[in-house]
Ligand binder design. Structure first.
Ligand code: ATP
Length: 253
């Protein structure tokens, strides 16, 4: 299968800190791929390089066959790449469906006044379909800030879907969710992948979700790739076990 995304020999420094070092990975089109690793391993830095927020010192990033290494962040939506963030970035006072529709307008890069125009029936119909996909249809007219946290996370996902992405970069979609909410998220992501053909790259600490949905997992530690493979392969990899046990020992002082 073709690569949806590939990073080759990417190096990113912050002053004297090498955040990611000679990092390469490939995300196959149509797959769910997880990027995991202990705190500070470099996962967010990888996401920020892909989204073009950070400019790596060396290396190459290719999306759907196109070298994006020199492109600005706003060019990524046009290439079919959408991203969610660890911290929710919703319009709290607007309704759920307005938030999703604004996601579509953000993608189209329309001006401010354009965004205030009444929504076209096509935009509304698309937003309704996304609310169905994410299980938010019964909350369409509720203000974003009156949703519970789990549904606010789903709304963030729904907004990213409004740009009709081919590749979604999800930054800790399960953080702060309860077990039942994680199961629901698992079903939604599996459905987006299998029925709608969306390739997903996620950074996630919740192993219940990572092990259940990923076709492939890449493991980072101290900015370097230490393992890659199927969930079964990664779970039993000695360097992964060592990295996680080491991190746990450090956090217990
Ligand atoms: N903007 C920045 N300025 C300076 N150092 C940074 C910056 N962003 C990241 N770093 C450093 O780069 C390294 C990798 O950080 P990064 O946030 O990518 O890790 P992470 O794996 O996403 O961690 P977490 O799981 O805690 O979110 C860390 O040492 C971090 O302190």
């Amino acid at each position: 299968m073709a690569a949806m995304l590939s990073l080759s020999n990417v190096l990113m420094r912050f002053g004297g800190i090498v955040a990611i070092n000679d990092f390469s990975m490939e995300v196959e089109a149509g797959s769910i791929h997880a990027l995991i690793g202990p705190n500070g391993a470099g996962k967010s830095t990888v996401f920020n390089c892909i989204s073009r927020i950070y400019q790596p010192a060396t290396g190459k990033i290719v999306v759907r066959g196109q070298d994006v290494t020199a492109l600005p962040p706003h060019a990524m939506a046009g290439l079919g790449v959408a991203r969610t963030f660890q911290n929710l970035e919703l319009f709290n006072e607007l309704s759920v469906i307005e938030n999703v529709m604004l996601g579509a307008y953000a993608h189209e890069e329309t001006g401010f006044w354009q965004r205030l125009k009444p929504r076209s029936p096509a935009t509304r119909a698309k937003a309704e379909a996304i609310l169905e996909q994410t299980g938010l249809q019964d909350f369409r007219d509720v203000k974003a800030n009156s949703l519970d946290f789990g549904r606010q996370k789903l709304l963030e996902l729904a907004r990213a879907l409004a740009g009709s992405p081919k590749l979604m970069l999800l930054d800790e979609p399960a953080a702060g969710l309860r077990s039942r909410e994680i199961e629901r998220l698992d079903q939604i992501l599996t459905d987006l992948n299998q029925r709608h053909g969306i390739t997903i790259l996620l950074v996630e600490h919740v192993m219940q979700l990572v092990m259940s949905i990923s076709n492939r997992i890449t493991v980072l530690n101290f900015g370097e790739k230490i393992a890659e493979g199927t969930p079964g392969e990664v779970k039993t990899h000695p360097r992964v076990i060592e990295a996680y046990l080491g991190a746990e020992a450090a956090s217990h002082g």
